[in-house]
Design a binder for this molecule. Structure first.
Ligand code: NAP
Length: 310
């Protein structure tokens, strides 16, 4: 049941959002979680094995972990709505959030909208998106059985994507702009040890080639300037993420990179009553467990704020 004025609305349903909802619900705040219409659950929904979330020594599938967090939040009274906020107005005494079919008013808000896949912004990328260009191996890898593929990036995501793709692909070439990986040692070692994975070091993609589907990548060597073509039928872009904060531009202070500025180690944004947690704030750690930790802090901060209003 919706209330006239909500005590707390949580925007986003990744580890930060659901942890905030669990704490807030247990504090009796009956939070409304605006979970997202198509991407509820956040980044872990497109992850396979999560091996570093405490409490799961055998690992846990990302979607399973998120389903458990949702169930835990709902058990204590959080209301989860699979909708997107299309606009917000934080200028008044109560905060207005526009959903698909109504405007919700709230005394406090926790923003945990996470981050979105970064694009290479090269010719051919958008044109061939969904036709060989992908940002999610677990979503699309199955369609590339027996093909030769490229993964762009040198972080943990790129290693994870490449390793997952070796289940289907004949060969995977990791294209990285430096000669040293950013990925953790364990992930880098796994990728290096895999017979199906090769590396194109010191290379940037200058164009995705192909008309109706991906036929190759135009590469440029960052040290020698040499250009070459890598014939592949698919490319998975894993070059990091950008914060999903567009909705809050002009209403909250953001860093030049678009992250929401909070009063560290607290979670208060530049507007009293609005708190932020998870990847939309954090450009450093970006782990499920750190997002969950800040979600907890945001709920405690919101609870104290609401007590102060009484
Ligand atoms: P990341 O660590 O920021 O790595 C991004 C990679 O893409 C870097 O190698 C970067 O190159 C490269 N890159 C960035 N912009 C580029 C561009 N425009 N063109 C070409 N290359 C570009 O991002 P991530 O791999 O998505 O990981 C994010 C966080 O999630 C990390 O903290 C990671 O540990 C975590 N994560 C963990 C796991 C796991 O533990 N299993 C799995 C996935 C992600 P440079 O190295 O030159 O900067």
């Amino acid at each position: 049941m919706s209330k006239t004025v909500e005590d707390l609305v949580v925007l986003g349903s990744g580890p930060a959002g659901y942890t905030a909802a669990i704490y807030a619900a247990r504090a009796g705040l009956n939070p409304l979680v605006v979970a997202g219409a198509i991407d509820a659950g956040g980044a872990l929904m497109t992850t396979t094995d999560v091996e570093n979330f405490p409490g799961f020594p055998e690992g846990v599938q990302g979607p399973d972990l998120m389903a458990k967090m949702q169930a835990q939040a709902e058990k204590f009274g959080a209301r989860v709505e699979f909708d997107d906020a299309s606009a917000v107005d934080f200028s008044g005494e109560t905060f207005k959030i526009t959903l698909y079919d109504r405007v919700v008013e709230a005394k406090s808000v926790i923003i945990s909208t996470g981050s979105a896949y970064r694009h290479m912004n090269v010719p051919g990328e958008d044109l061939l998106s969904g036709r060989g260009v992908s940002y999610c191996a677990t979503c699309d890898g199955f369609f590339f059985k027996g093909k030769e593929l490229a993964v762009v990036g040198g972080g943990d995501s790129a290693m994870e994507e490449a390793l997952f793709l070796t289940r289907f692909a004949a060969k995977v070439t990791i294209v990285h702009r430096r000669d040293e990986l950013r990925a953790s040692k364990v992930m880098a070692d796994r990728a290096m040890a895999n017979d199906k994975i090769e590396f194109a070091w010191d290379s940037v993609v200058t164009e995705v080639l192909g008309k109706d589907g991906v036929e190759g990548l135009a590469l440029k060597n960052t040290k020698t300037g040499e250009v070459s073509e890598l014939p592949v039928q698919g490319v998975f872009v894993a070059i990091g993420h950008d914060p999903r904060s567009d909705l809050f531009k002009g209403q909250l202070d953001l860093t030049p990179g678009g992250y929401i500025v909070v009063d560290e180690p607290g979670t208060l944004t530049s507007r009293p009553g609005i708190f932020a947690a998870g990847d939309v704030v954090d450009d450093t750690y970006r782990q499920a467990i750190t997002a969950a930790g800040t979600g907890c802090r945001a709920a405690l901060d919101a609870q104290r704020y609401l007590e102060g209003l009484e």
